[in-house]
Design a protein around this ligand. Structure first.
Ligand code: PLP
Length: 457
């Protein structure tokens, strides 16, 4: 019926308190729009479920043809405070109406308010805030700050950046070089020899979760602390929802202190309540020297931030660490309104509470489908189910993808798994999702796993 294989599939109709599927999927009327996108955008933009977002509110996404999904993606972990929050929309409109749409690095009152707010929310000694636009920019910036510091204290040989296998830090050059998914960086060819990856101690793909493994790996790679400027890790890995063990984090903090190494947490996914605490690293009982933030900082507008120790953040002279859209006033207005909601509604606390229901449901699914589910990981309102070949441990991307497709057809929106062989079903509802909706989502997920497992064997 079309040039792109976008064929609507008959699916059972769904009508519950939270979900409504009234048409084949994709909705037949949406096909011309999908075709237009397929024609005019690069192929790389395909890959997510064929749901044309028309309105998104709270924990639900609606199309124009009467379908409503319960959202377990938060639009890639952005809508922490919920989609389309009226308070955020109002702040955006008010700011646009002022009319200050842009002011580059010239001072603005609203930027002063946001950087102060973020510095206030961040624990000591993280006290300076540099605003950017995307997550990848923050990881690039953190690499630069760490290397600059390394050279200052250890000369040209102390420029190494240690990161993790399986890590994702964005799609720009530096961010991909420190990324730990080899397929994503094949195009670079001449990788920086001072950027190395070590195993992530998730207790599943890497059974040894000791800090000794970190030290041993560096030794094997001939990468001593005198060569290392910084260690960067996602607070939990986006591809798997795996966290470091707390003891590992504490040993890492002590080791970085001992060797004057900058510890960076990439909190682009983890911050602003997602894991049941304001900052993801609170689970570790340590504070990094720099953190990278994005996504949930606004619940919808493009804004990101590096927050760090003053001595690191102040390394460059005026005018030499800037960005055209730093602190864009409309995005900043959204961030301020979003932070108000997160704090006033105690969304980290809510994520911890409802997250317990989510996490126990995921563990239950892992136990029930243990032949095809190797592990359930996560904290608060982020989780990952690791799908494996029946009875084995090989990542099973086909099964994970089929589960996601089935969920979408049943009115539960998730994004397609990427990274780590693409075999993790990733779950990330907005933090405002009530327990009742999480329970309904878990039953949809179980149905989808059961059907996909029966079909794929
Ligand atoms: N860091 C982490 C942990 C991420 O999950 C992402 C995006 O998914 C990024 C960095 C890159 O963010 P952006 O896509 O805004 O550049």
């Amino acid at each position: 019926m079309d040039d792109f294989g976008i064929t609507p599939r008959e699916v059972p109709r769904v009508q519950t308190k939270f979900r409504r599927i009234q048409t084949p999927i994709p909705a037949p009327e949406s096909v011309p729009i999908l075709e237009a996108l397929y024609r005019d955008e690069p192929r790389s933009m395909r890959g997510q479920g064929l749901v044309i977002w028309y309105r998104a509110e709270g924990f639900q996404v609606h199309d124009r043809w009467g379908n409503t999904w319960m959202d377990w993606s938060s639009g890639v972990l952005v809508a922490n405070a919920g989609h389309g929050r009226p308070e955020i929309a109002k702040a955006i409109c008010e700011q646009a109406g002022k009319t200050l749409l842009h002011n580059y690095c010239f001072p603005s009152e609203i930027r002063a308010r946001l950087v102060h707010r973020l510095a206030d929310l961040a624990p000591d000694p993280l006290e300076k805030v540099f605003l950017l636009t995307t997550g990848a920019e923050t990881t690039e910036c953190a690499i630069k700050l760490a290397r600059t510091r390394g050279r200052a204290v250890g000369g040209d040989k102390k420029i190494g950046i240690v990161s993790y296998e399986g890590a994702f830090h964005g799609r720009t050059l530096g961010a991909q070089m420190i990324g730990g998914i080899p397929a994503l960086k094949e195009w670079i060819v001449n990788l920086d020899p001072d950027m190395v990856q070590v195993p992530f101690p998730d207790g599943f793909r890497c059974e040894d979760t000791s800090f000794d493994l970190f030290l041993k790996t560096l030794e094997e790679k001939g990468f001593g602390p005198e060569r290392i400027a910084g260690v960067i890790s996602e607070t939990y890995q986006g591809g798997s929802a795996a966290f470091w063990p707390k003891e590992y984090a504490q040993k890492m903090r002590a080791w970085c202190d001992e060797h004057d190494i900058v510890l960076i947490f990439d909190e682009v996914q983890a911050a602003f309540g997602r894991t049941g605490t304001m900052w993801g690293f609170e689970h570790y009982g340590v504070v990094p020297d720099l953190m990278c933030c994005g996504k949930g900082i606004t619940s919808g507008m493009p804004l990101s931030a590096v927050i760090g120790r003053a001595d690191l953040m102040d390394q460059y002279p005026p005018g030499s660490m800037t960005s055209t859209h730093t602190g864009n006033p409309v995005c900043v207005a959204a961030a301020l309104a979003n932070l108000d909601i997160i704090v006033k509604e105690d969304l980290p606390g809510k994520a911890a509470e409802v997250g317990e229901v989510l996490q126990s449901g995921l563990c239950e699914a892992r136990d029930r489908y243990s032949d095809v589910c190797g592990a359930a990981m996560g904290k608060g309102m982020v989780g990952g189910l690791h799908m494996v070949a029946p009875g084995g441990t090989e990542p099973n991307a086909k099964l994970a993808s089929s589960i996601v497709d089935r969920c979408i057809e049943k009115g539960l929106l998730m994004f397609h798994p990427v990274g780590l062989g693409g075999a993790t079903v990733k779950i990330a509802p907005p933090l405002v999702t009530p327990e009742e909706a999480v329970l309904e989502g878990l039953s949809v997920l179980r149905e989808a796993i059961e059907e996909a497992r029966n079909e794929l064997g």
